[in-house]
Design a protein around this ligand. Structure first.
Ligand SMILES: [Fe+2]
Ligand SMILES: [Fe+2]
Length: 286
C-alpha cells in the first residue's frame, strides 16, 4: 500500500471541492423526473433557465439516437414528444461530457476514450433493459452507464504513478484490477466514484450502480437488477475493445449478473457483434 496516496485520497474525498463538479440543475432534474407526480411545466421552466443546456438538448434531440425520426424545435416539444426521461438523459449527456471527456492517464485512455466507453455502456444498458421489457430499469441505466466509471477521472494520476504495482498485484494474486487498486492506493474507482455522486446529490440507485458495477451481487437487493444490466453492458463493451485501457483485460463478467438480467449466451453474442453499429449511432451525439 502506498500510504501517501491513500492519505491524499482521504483528503480529496473529505474536501469535496477537489472532486469534479456538475451544475446543480442536473441533480434537480434527475430528482424531479423521478417523482411520478412531477409537473411538466415546472421541469421545462427549470431547464430553460439554463440557455446552454437548453441549446444542447435541442441539438441532441434532433440526433438520430434520440429523435426517433421526429423533428423537434422547442424544449416543450421535446418533453411532450420524447418524454421527460429522455430529456433527462440528454441533460446528463450534455453536462457530464466536460467531466468525462478527457485523457485518463493511468488507465491508458486517450482523450475521448472514456467518454466513448461510457456512452456505449449507457446506450447498450438501455437497449438491454428495453429488450428485456424492464421499463423502470431502462429509465435509470442510461445515466448509470454514463457515470459508472467517473471515479477513474479522480484516480487517473495516482494510477499513473502506481500502475506497475497495481498490475503486478493483479497478476500475482489473481484478482481483478479494481481489487488491486484498493490494495495499492487504499481506494478503488468505484468507491471514489460513489463519493463524486454523493457530492452531485444523485439518487441512491445511481450511487449503487457506481459502487457495485464490478460486484453486482453485493449491491443492495432492490438495485441489483439495474446494477447487473450496467455490469453486463460494461463487460460487453470491454470485450469489444471500447475503452479497454490498461485495466480492461483484468475485469470479470459476473455469472450472477447474467442470471439476474436473464440474458442468454446467444443474446450476449448478438449485443457484442452489434457494438460497431452502436458506435455508429453514437457519432452524432458525441
Ligand atoms: Fe469500472
Ligand atoms: Fe467501464
Amino acid at each position: 500500500m502506498h500510504e501517501h496516496i491513500k492519505q491524499r485520497l482521504d483528503q480529496i474525498i473529505s474536501n469535496l471541492t477537489q472532486l469534479p463538479s456538475l451544475p446543480d440543475i442536473v441533480s434537480r432534474i434527475i430528482n424531479m423526473v423521478n417523482d411520478p407526480n412531477v409537473d411538466f411545466n415546472l421541469v421545462a421552466s427549470e431547464i430553460s433557465k439554463d440557455q446552454a443546456i437548453t441549446a444542447n438538448i435541442l441539438k441532441l434531440c434532433n440526433s438520430a439516437y434520440f429523435s426517433k425520426g421526429k423533428e423537434i424545435a422547442s424544449l416543450d416539444r421535446a418533453i411532450v414528444t420524447l418524454g421527460l426521461k429522455e430529456v433527462k438523459d440528454m441533460i446528463v449527456v450534455a453536462t457530464t461530457k466536460q467531466v468525462l471527456d478527457k485523457t485518463i492517464m493511468g488507465y491508458d485512455l486517450a482523450k475521448g476514450e472514456l467518454w466513448k466507453h461510457n456512452l456505449a455502456v449507457a446506450m447498450l444498458s438501455k437497449q438491454i433493459a428495453l429488450d428485456k421489457k424492464k421499463k423502470a430499469a431502462a429509465d435509470i441505466v442510461f445515466t448509470g452507464g454514463i457515470i459508472h466509471d467517473v471515479g477513474k477521472t479522480v484516480l487517473a494520476l495516482f494510477v499513473a504513478n502506481t500502475f506497475k504495482d497495481i498490475l503486478n498485484y493483479t497478476i500475482e494474486n489473481q484478482v481483478s484490477f479494481n481489487e488491486a487498486e484498493r490494495e495499492i492506493m487504499g481506494y478503488n474507482h468505484q468507491e471514489i466514484g460513489k463519493k463524486v455522486l454523493q457530492k452531485w446529490k444523485f439518487p441512491e440507485v445511481l450511487q449503487d450502480v457506481v459502487e457495485f458495477h464490478h460486484t453486482p451481487s453485493l449491491a443492495p437487493e432492490v438495485n441489483r437488477e439495474v446494477v447487473s444490466i450496467v455490469h453486463v453492458a460494461n463487460a460487453i463493451c470491454l470485450m469489444a475493445g471500447v475503452g479497454i485501457g490498461g485495466d480492461g483485460l483484468y475485469q470479470e463478467l459476473s455469472q450472477y449478473a447474467i442470471e439476474k438480467t436473464g440474458l442468454t449466451e446467444s443474446e450476449i453474442e448478438k449485443y457484442y457483434s452489434n457494438v460497431p453499429e452502436l458506435l455508429n449511432q453514437m457519432k452524432n451525439i458525441m
